[in-house]
Design a protein around this ligand. Structure first.
Ligand SMILES: [Zn+2]
Ligand SMILES: [Zn+2]
Length: 102
């Protein structure tokens, strides 16, 4: 199950479970849309993969207890700001490769 982390790993902006700005990589590394575009250039600093919009877990119990009330977002903050110089070196060749070809 997705962890639904509470903030952007780089800038620590709040990303509540219903945020439309949350982006995740396949390992659930979580960043805000602005950081993905401006700082990361769609290259995850931890795995090199691309990002997609984080799905919204339903807040209401529409079916089978599968909702935020039973499976809430994690409160554990992951805040590891990216070193921009190191990231631009890391992402230099990767960013030109589409995520599905990496
Ligand atoms: Zn951010
Ligand atoms: Zn990642």
């Amino acid at each position: 199950m997705l962890q639904l982390r509470p903030t952007c790993e780089h800038c620590n902006k709040a990303l509540p479970a219903d945020s439309l700005e949350a982006r995740i990589c396949s390992y659930e590394c979580t960043f805000c849309a602005a950081c993905v575009d401006d700082v990361l250039q769609n290259v995850c600093p931890n795995c090199g993969g691309g990002f997609v919009s984080r799905p919204i877990r339903p807040s209401k119990n529409w079916k089978g207890e599968n909702f935020l009330g039973k499976d809430p977002a994690t409160t554990k903050v992951t805040h590891k700001p990216v070193d921009r110089a190191a990231h631009s070196q890391f992402s230099g060749t990767i960013k030109s490769i589409p995520p599905h070809k990496r």
